[in-house]
Design a protein around this ligand. Structure first.
Ligand code: HEM
Length: 496
């Protein structure tokens, strides 16, 4: 009996050793390419350091090890990743050699309809859907969608007034309340559903939307750093997004589409869903400019996966940074008073708010929601003398690039003037990538900036954010997410 047990233990040890060796087999990739790479754990690659010190500190520390280099290598588990530091090389990969770097790495094997989102599509299907999506984000369409954002922003401000009148404890955690607002906008613009998750956080839309993006930090980290483990989990039946959530969204999109088709012109409300419905393939059509129903489901979901956490992060961090830097907040409010006056903020009158733009840009420099962007090399390609083999992942370490003293003086300071008309050309355009760049950049950028400016204008027109006892600054980020560990606490003081 004992010897069987010992044999089993021995077998397990041998299997474990073989497993560790097999996952770390590619750990000599960069040595062979003659590219610098810091020592990595055999099993986790550089994930071990990220778990201990946090993703952001680890990205900065590794980046700073190679001051005079254009590139360096890291390992996400067993997968080699070529990190690009040189902005000219970044430009070459994102733009000039785009055809060799069309796709992103896929972290999760998503099930439909999430599988059909533009973010995850590849090659020809990406090109086809991107063309159609770009048509839905023209100035005219964005202006029509802005009406929904104005209405939702007014509701947010009304709620903040009511909260202030009725509550003795008027401290506000910005990320919390702004996330509810962003979700209400998405429900309205992307799905034609009216919700108020600030007043009713348990409504099914809010619950399912959170289910889609609240992948546990552990799962997310595994996807980045040890993708092999995720594949094992998926094979064991662990799904990244619950089936009930996938079914819920498919159902409400289908119901909205059928309703609007029945009501014809009267049913149109000028939201994103209307634009997608216009692009729906009808039987017999041979035109290339149409989407299948499943592709429509996918693109509506893009709002949740690509537009929810990004917008709420930038909006809440900007408001917070203006709270702890009141001198800049005053400039923003003065500009608003001059350019908007007593009017309600709208698509047209927010265009002139250039100082607000500068503050948003500076927030996204310090806290870029997509702190890491990547591409997969489709064929052996030489970029600036470096041979990049087929299938290699190349990454742009956005968080570290945005804090590199070579491109930014006093990089940790919040200084909106960096983005003034006089100064904005002093940084390399590819050292600043909050929305990526090239043909695969963020398709929702202009919509996002419009939403951010409308919401900020509504809030700052009625309130001045001020610090409170719970305010903690400087911000300490959570280890694996772009979230302030101590929250973003402020008080809102009503403007006279
Ligand atoms: C402040 C808000 C946002 C930020 C900072 C942001 C940032 C980004 C970044 C960095 C990328 C990758 C670009 C690249 O690989 O070069 C991206 C892609 C994308 N974003 Fe955004 N985004 C925001 C809001 C939105 C919104 C509101 C939408 C849609 C409604 C959206 C839709 C997308 C889509 C569909 C892609 C994939 C594009 C493609 O693969 O062709 N984003 N975004």
């Amino acid at each position: 009996m004992v010897w069987i047990f010992l044999l089993l233990v021995l077998l397990l040890v041998i299997l474990a050793i073989l497993f560790v060796f097999s996952v770390s087999a590619s750990h000599d990739t960069f040595q062979k390419m003659n590219i610098d790479s810091p020592p990595a754990s055999r099993l986790l690659g550089h994930f071990g350091a990220a778990l201990k010190k946090g993703i952001f500190t680890t990205q900065l520390e590794i980046y700073n090890l190679y001051k005079d280099k254009k590139v360096y290598g890291t390992y996400d588990g067993c997968h080699p990743v070529l990190n690009i530091k040189d902005p000219d090389m970044i430009k070459e990969i994102m733009v000039k050699s785009f055809n060799s770097f069309v796709n992103r790495r896929s972290f999760f094997d998503l099930d439909p309809p999430f599988k059909e989102m533009l973010v995850s599509l590849k090659d020809d299907q990406w090109k086809h859907v991107r063309k159609i999506m770009s048509r839905t984000f023209t100035s005219g369409q964005i202006k029509r969608m802005s009406k929904h954002m104005e209405r939702k922003s007014q509701q947010l401000v009304d709620l903040l007034h009511r909260k202030q009148e009725s509550n003795d404890d008027d401290d506000i955690e910005l990320k919390n309340i702004i996330s509810c607002f962003t979700l209400d906008v998405i429900a309205s613009v992307g799905f034609g559903v009216e919700i108020s998750s600030m007043e009713n956080p348990d409504n099914p839309f809010a619950v399912h939307a959170k289910q889609s993006i609240n992948l546990s930090p552990l799962l997310l980290s595994l996807a980045f750093f040890a993708p092999w483990s995720l594949t094992l989990l998926q094979k064991a039946g662990v799904s990244t997004i619950p089936k009930a959530t996938r079914e819920y969204f498919t159902k409400i999109i289908d119901a909205a589409i059928e309703n609007r088709k029945e009501e014809g012109q009267a049913g149109k409300v000028n939201d994103f869903l209307d634009l997608l419905i216009n692009s729906e393939e009808e039987s017999g059509q041979t035109e290339k400019y149409y989407l299948t129903r499943s592709e429509i489901h996918g693109q509506a979901l893009v709002f949740i996966l690509a537009g929810y956490d990004t917008i709420s992060t930038v909006l809440s961090f900007t408001l917070f940074l203006l709270t702890v830097h009141p001198e800049y907040c005053q400039i923003v409010q003065k500009e608003m008073d001059e350019k908007i006056g007593n009017e309600s903020p709208n698509y047209d009158n927010i265009q002139g708010l250039t100082y607000m733009d500068m503050c948003l840009n500076e927030t996204m420099r310090l806290y870029p929601p997509a702190f890491f962007i990547d591409r997969v090399c489709a064929e052996d390609t030489t970029v600036h003398g470096i041979q990049i083999p087929k299938n290699m992942v190349v990454a742009f370490p956005v968080y570290a690039l945005h804090r590199d003293p070579e491109f930014w003086t006093e990089p940790d300071k919040f200084q909106p003037e960096r983005f003034s008309a006089e100064n904005k050309d002093s940084h390399h355009p590819y050292a600043y990538l909050p929305f990526g760049n090239g043909p695969r950049n963020c398709v929702g950028m202009r919509l996002a900036l419009m939403e951010l400016k409308i919401a900020l204008s509504y809030i700052l027109k009625d309130f001045t954010p001020v610090t409170c006892e719970k305010t903690v600054y400087p911000i300490k980020l959570k280890k694996l997410q772009l979230i302030a560990e101590d929250g973003l606490w402020v008080k809102l003081s009503a403007r006279k």
